[in-house]
Design a protein around this ligand. Structure first.
Ligand SMILES: [Zn+2]
Length: 88
């Protein structure tokens, strides 16, 4: 299958993609590897830690405090629980 990532078609093995019928209702937790070079694609991503969250409503990225059950989004104003159990 192909994914549209920043207007580029990226080939991806179907077994690696988890498709859902519903939009997420929780912050998605992203864990980056420390050895990989990190290139921020947006200025707002420059200060992100190796572990950060993606807002379920507006996809805004922000640093999360580990152990916190929920967090507010400074972009859309919503407050959502954090999915620490299924990191990306
Ligand atoms: Zn948001």
């Amino acid at each position: 299958m192909f994914l549209d990532v920043n207007l580029k078609n990226i080939a991806m093995d179907r077994s690696l993609v988890d498709l859902r019928d519903e939009a997420p209702s929780m912050w998605s937790v992203v864990q980056r590897e420390s050895e990989k070079p990190v290139t921020a694609r947006r200025e707002s991503w420059v200060d992100l830690n190796l572990t950060y969250g993606v807002c379920p409503q507006c996809r805004h990225r922000t640093n999360l405090t580990e152990g916190t059950a929920s967090a507010p989004c400074s972009n859309c104003g919503g407050t959502f629980p954090i999915d620490w159990v299924h990191p990306c």
